[in-house]
Design a protein around this ligand. Structure first.
Ligand code: GLU
Length: 624
């Protein structure tokens, strides 16, 4: 627990004193707000609860917590004050989570009342208008009391503390003061008891309500609490899922329509951020998926809203155009690349006849690389990009490596589209998703033809798998060819039969089992290998695959120009190969210098081809 938070004299040196010039823009903006609005002494501290009169009108603090949990604070952001009505939003969320939507809406409405927060008037069917007025809030506390009895306050206290990310205190003097003078709330509670909205011990329910209003928070706490609502219930500072995500939108809805006393309409018109304020001088404002704001200044206007707090919220919204209804996005940016495999290939080197099939059928494999959080509109765009009758590529790879999130609506649309494609014979492969990821389960659960849906962690593996399907479909995999004749090796093209025979003579036959390492990165490079049967993969020590090779291909050939092995080579299957030691080769070369020329020319041609392929990939990606 942060000890500093309990130190009420801890006023952070404000504004433009230390390092203003190098501060992040948002910190500077808040510091500017603080400087500008602190000189506004209009308004008055609440006095209808005697103890609240003791508030220091000079206090002014601002906290802002981003969705990734960064905390900005200015002024008296760590000075505690009583939460008062701000608690209503969080206790409403708790009631929804605890007793469920049905019981809550049977007891409390969600219509703005158009009346003062402490109005005793109920709806025509004798329910409180909404949970943000006293009657509704007392009813919420009553619902929790029905479940927990005497422990109701403890549950509320614990929940609000989780929202704030630390254990909150209680102001006993304010609690006592309100208990003594809260006759109007008492009248409301008894009226609710009459209509059975409140059940059981009315005094105990009232005490729970009075005590929840006396919980001590700071502007910083309110910002963390707001950010938790903005983050679908996960406290972005502690990482704890504080409240069920499905109650968050309901809570923010009533904050939107009724959170700012009789100023709610103006507020949503001008500021456009769900918020709740309290007579202690606090305001919470939560902008979904963006940030949470907490302000504290006890000088209240005629609506009981904090004067300076309102100004901060208005300035923030105006400066950064944060009104929640002023949103737009270009869904087309969610596809950063859309290509078939023409000119690019997986890292598996193919036999010539296999490569021919892939060259002919390159448009059978379509790759779409997606980026960003994908929502309803973005996935709708993707599904339209996939339109076409009949579908033009039987193998579709959707790359999710750069997709942090897929909304439920996005998953639904995509699941439906992939089902349609599956029925038309298209197999979809998702890449960049782990088997345990939410994105994978969200899509898989919505695809009705799971046979037509596959998943790979790596895009390259998916392309290789898709290539295999194409080769298989067009008869390429009749039998893995063995090459026993060295003349078939690309590196040895154009060598005379005697030269080939001499090299064969100098080489030694080697056999490896699947999974065996043939070459280790870092070892001296003093031989090269001609693969006659089986498959090998060239990998970096990190595990990244550079190439997979089959019969008729050579590996370790870089030994001709390098002293040390730069990568590992592993046998993927049982492997048979010829190893040619370079020192024996060197002696032979002395006698037959023309062989060196031929081999170097072949090696240059091989390297040039690899470079062209690599450039094609780079080009393709930078074209988007
Ligand atoms: N405890 C206060 C009351 O019920 C809360 C009022 C408020 O902040 O709006 O009167």
């Amino acid at each position: 627990m942060d000890a500093q938070l309990h130190n009420s004299s801890n006023i952070i040196s404000p504004a433009r004193t230390t390092g203003y010039a190098t501060q992040p823009p948002l910190q500077r903006f808040l510091a500017d707000c603080y400087e500008e609005f602190r000189s506004d002494h209009s308004g008055a501290v609440a006095d209808y609860i005697p103890e609240l009169k003791r508030a220091d009108p000079a206090h002014f603090g601002i906290g802002l917590v981003t969705i990734d949990g960064h905390i900005y604070e200015v002024g008296d952001s760590r000075v505690p004050f009583t939460i008062q009505s701000v608690s209503k939003a969080f206790v409403f969320a708790l009631a929804l989570e605890l007793v469920g939507e049905e019981r809550v809406s049977a007891a409390i409405g969600v219509e703005p009342s158009g009346e003062a927060f402490n109005s005793i008037r109920l709806t025509n069917d004798n329910r409180p208008f909404n949970p943000m007025v006293n009657a509704g809030a007392i009813a919420c506390s009553g619902l929790i009391h029905q479940v927990d009895g005497k422990a109701a306050f403890a549950r509320i206290h614990e929940k609000l503390s989780q929202f704030a990310g630390r254990e909150l205190g209680v102001d006993d003097a304010v609690h006592a003061s309100e208990t003594e003078t809260g006759n109007r709330n008492r009248a409301i509670a008894w009226l609710l008891r009459n209509y059975l909205v409140v059940q059981g011990d009315v005094d105990a329910v009232l005490d729970t309500y009075f005590k929840q209003c006396a919980i001590l928070v700071t502007a910083r706490d309110l910002a963390v609490m707001a950010a938790t609502l903005a983050n679908r219930g996960v406290n972005p500072v502690t990482g704890v899922q504080v409240i069920a995500p499905n109650v968050v939108a309901r809570t923010l809805s009533v904050m939107t329509s009724s959170g700012m006393y009789d100023y709610a309409g103006e507020w949503i018109y001008r500021v456009g951020i769900p918020a709740k304020s309290g007579v202690g001088g606090g305001i919470v404002a939560a902008l979904p998926s963006q940030m949470g704001l907490g302000t504290f200044s006890p000088l209240l206007d005629g609506h009981f809203n904090s004067v300076r707090g309102l100004k901060v919220c208005e300035a923030l919204s105006a400066r950064f155009d944060l009104h929640m209804l002023n949103r737009s996005s270009d869904v087309r940016t969610c596809i950063i690349a859309d290509y078939d495999i023409f000119g690019i290939a997986s890292r598996r080197s193919r036999q010539p006849h296999e490569q021919q099939i892939l060259d002919d059928r390159h448009s059978d494999i379509r790759v779409i690389e997606l980026v960003g959080a994908l929502n309803f509109a973005a996935i709708d765009y993707v599904t339209r990009r996939l339109a076409g009758e009949p579908p033009n590529a039987p193998l579709l790879i959707l790359d999710f490596r750069r997709v942090p999130d897929l909304t439920a609506a996005g998953a639904q649309l995509l699941g439906e589209k992939l089902t349609i494609l599956g029925n038309a014979g298209v197999t979809t492969i998702l890449t960049g998703v782990e088997p345990t990821s939410q994105v994978w389960s969200a899509i898989r659960d919505r695809v009705l033809e799971p046979r037509r849906l596959r998943r790979f962690a790596l895009l390259d593996d998916a392309i290789e798998w898709a290539e295999d399907q194409v080769i298989y479909r067009y008869g390429g995999f009749t039998a893995q060819k063995e090459t026993t004749h060295l003349g078939e090796q690309a590196l040895l093209a154009e060598l005379d039969p005697e030269e080939i025979a001499a090299l064969a003579e100098l080489s030694t036959m080697r056999r490896y089992e699947a999974g065996q390492r043939i070459i280790s990165a870092g070892d001296p490079a003093n031989s090269l290998f001609f693969l006659q049967s089986g498959m090998v993969s060239v990998k970096l020590p990190s595990g990244v695959r550079l190439a997979s090779l089959g019969p008729g291909m050579e590996f370790g050939e870089m030994a001709i120009i390098e002293n040390r092995r730069s990568a590992d080579v592993w046998a993927d299957t049982a492997v048979k190969c010829l190893e040619l030691p370079l020192d024996a080769f060197a002696d032979y070369r002395q006698l037959h210098p023309q062989i060196s020329m031929k081999i170097m020319r072949n090696l240059s041609a091989l390297l040039a081809r690899r470079l062209i392929l690599a450039n094609a990939k780079v080009d393709l990606l930078s074209a988007y």
